[in-house]
Design a protein around this ligand. Sequence first.
Ligand code: AHR
Length: 493
Amino acid sequence: NGQPTSAVIHGNQPGPVYDKGIFTQFAEHLGTGIYGGLWVGKDSAIPNTNGFRNDVVAALRKLSVPVIRWPGGCFADEYNWREGVGPQSQRPVKVNTHWGGVTEPNSVGTHEFFELLRQVGAEAYISGNVGSGSPRETAEWVEYMTAPAGSLAEERGKNGQKEPWKLPYFGIGNELWGCGGNMRAEYAADMTRRYATYVKAPAGTLIMKIASGASEGDYDWTETMMRVAGKTLDGLSLHYYTVPGGWPPKADPVKFDEAAWAETLHNTMRMDEFITRHSAIMDKYDPEKRIFLAVDEWGTWYGQDPGTHSGFLRQQNTLRDALVASVNLDIFARHADRVRMTAIAQMVNVLQAMILTDGDKMVLTPTYHVFEMYKPWQDATVLPIDFQTPRYHKGEYTMPAVSGSAVRGKDGKIHVALSNLDPNQPNTVTIRLDGLKASIISGRVLTASSINAHNTFKAPEAVKPAAFTGARIKGSDLVVTLPAKSVAVLELR
Ligand code: AHR
């Protein structure tokens, strides 16, 4: 409707830190998320270092991925860590019963995961097995990874890693209400207490324990977990996928119209409602906000790409996904006091991926570019921003036309992100910079000529950030002309 947006950044009311953990990535043994997408093996013709593809690792390093969650997802509650250590040739080949019934060679196990972390420069978030594993397995896996001495530490040394690894995050199972054991909330909360008892950090180290949390609006789950198991936890998870067209996912990732664009963005904004209501329950039990909410699975979930395996969750990624990413990263800014970790699903080749590969080819998705543009948000201080923005309507869906967030980066500069969800109209955004002085602006914008624009192996740069010249300082205001369907990130000095 072309109405302008006005906003205020409250520079003298700094908010919480935007924890870099919000940029955690999720890598599950699912489809080509690990095998093919990250791991090709040392003997592959695809250039690799110790089995991990150099092209993908280099792209991930540019994102400054802080943490990687592994090995699942649903795979985690079927995984036996013992089968993934020791000589490669002696590891059992299993069937990935949850994802596609394909063989799981166990070539990527604990040592390989930590090698990936070393190459990427990220930290570990291991999801344990509560659904089908024992507390003893949990205890021994944690001891194997972290103990400075003892026979498991010696075994680790024989397998190539003398020093204990750092294990900052450990998940007590995944989706215990579903693939993690189909438990009722009360039972899951008791199991969480039991398993958490055996996640023991060696002296002088800290392992943060994250409980399997609710799906979407299952507030009873959060209430029960907090009441029964809250004292044993450091984090509680929440999973919310954006699924236009409803469950099971069937919407086309690329061939969609404006109605599906609007439905997707409208649905993704429900993240705000879910976080608000789960946080309110957590506040009752934990008013000091000691326990963080870990939105450790989020993103779009469509029908799979034509010709791909239905159990592989392989989907293209368009400009629409870029907007889904920016809108969610803005929502997390509004809740950064409670949300200190999130993990988009998933890092490579699965669901809303950063990177797609096929054989030796690799392409960066529009979502990758948003994560790259938001890098200054990592461990920055949130600056509250209030918007008065027109609504964008399409059919039954209506939503604020402009989303955004602002931070004071660790570099001392002010960074402002603005997204225009309206695919037809530019929007002029006038932001009062309360308590801030700025004179120089630089920026980048991500947009394209169509809502379905995406990158392919043949045209890998159809959607990529470009220099942005649509922003200026006018007195104490920042005035930005946001193109239709765009994400702009500005740096003020
Ligand atoms: O990310 C794909 C799957 O979605 C995960 O394995 C599971 O936790 C969720 O249901």
